[in-house]
Write a protein of this length. Structure first.
Length: 342
């Protein structure tokens, strides 16, 4: 299933200076790599947002790491300004922390993503890890911003609110889009994965596991439908909400109407095997008409159950395929429509 990765990285791209030009030039020198970092980070975000090959995506991460490393070396060599090196040191610290987060936290996310589809718990842990990594970046950014503001204050520089750049605005919008997507995806994925376990139990002819997973799926779909009912659209776009609701309704109908047909087949099969064993265990001369009637009834009942099973399985497979295709198309359309491309 589709799963994507998004990273929060708001970069200060410009500094407005109204006086104390020398101090302003110093600030420009210290922060001049931020534009390149912002561009590289957006290329990374954009690559993860539009279904690119995972190896190509990780290449973007490595490119970003190289830019951060080079910037750290350059900024570290800048001297103090009038004996004050706090702003420079804050930028160096930001670059060190950002590098560590992208080098370790996000590298681990790549590994986590590979196993996230195995269970709801893994998927939830993966998304939580992304959230924590983003929070670390936010904290590092806030520390650098405080040092920037303090340096400006100490040197009588009037920082103007920078006009939102295209890159920073694209990243901001992407974060909002994926906050919405991830919340809905988790609701969908919980029932999607539970249905997978149910189908595995059916393949294994495990009657007890079928019942257990059926009940779990009923619980998950009811819970999911309750959550989706209170989920707001994204910017008046309710397509993902409706697509998720449709999938959950399919799963709910499946366990309430179709899975009982499959369970009935196993009951009829078990009964037929018992009747057949008893019937064949008697010599033909010892069989009564009641024995023959019971056997014929069991045969008919089992054949009817087989026919019902085949029809139900075909219907379910077709409906499942159509609904999952519709879900995936809805995701693609939603992301293409709402995530900026450049």
């Amino acid at each position: 299933m589709k799963q994507v990765t998004i990273f929060i990285l708001a970069i200060f791209l410009s500094i407005g200076v109204s006086k104390a030009q020398t101090a302003g030039e110093y600030m420009d020198d210290v922060s001049k790599d931020m534009k390149a970092i912002s561009q590289a980070s957006w290329e990374y975000v954009s690559a993860t947002s539009h279904g690119n090959n995972s190896k190509k995506v990780d290449k973007k991460r490595l490119d970003l790491l190289q830019i951060m490393s080079d910037s750290k070396v350059r900024v570290s060599k800048i001297g103090d300004f009038n004996g004050n090196g706090k702003y420079r040191d804050a930028v160096v610290k930001y670059l060190e922390m950002s590098f560590a987060i992208f080098n370790q936290d996000y590298a681990e996310l790549v590994d986590m993503e590979e196993v996230a589809e195995q269970s709801y718990d893994y998927m939830e842990a993966y998304m939580l890890a992304k959230e924590k990594a983003n929070e670390k970046l936010d904290a590092a950014q806030d520390e650098m911003k405080k040092a920037e503001e303090q340096f400006a204050k100490d040197n009588d520089i009037n920082l103007l609110d920078p006009e939102k750049t295209k890159i920073s605005e694209n990243i901001r919008i992407s974060n909002l889009v994926y906050d919405h997507y991830n919340a809905i995806y988790l609701i969908f994925f919980k029932s999607y994965k539970q249905e997978y376990f149910l189908l595995e139990a059916i393949k294994a002819n495990d009657v007890n596991a079928i019942e257990q997973n059926k009940n779990a799926l009923i619980k998950n779909t009811d819970e999911g439908l309750g959550k989706i009912k209170t989920t707001d659209p994204y910017n008046k776009d309710a397509s993902l909400v409706l697509a998720c609701k449709k999938m959950l309704e399919f799963y709910k109908a499946e366990v309430e109407k179709d899975i009982p047909v499959i369970q009935d087949y196993y009951l009829k099969q078990e009964n037929f095997n018992k009747v057949k064993a008893a019937f064949e265990g008697k010599k033909e001369k010892d069989r009564t008409q009641a024995d023959v009637d019971q056997y014929n009834d069991a045969v008919k009942s089992f054949n009817d159950a087989v026919n019902a099973l085949n029809a139900t399985s075909e219907k379910l497979n077709n409906d499942r395929s159509k609904n999952l295709d519709s879900w995936n198309k809805s995701v693609d359309t939603f992301l293409d429509k709402n995530v900026p491309k450049d």
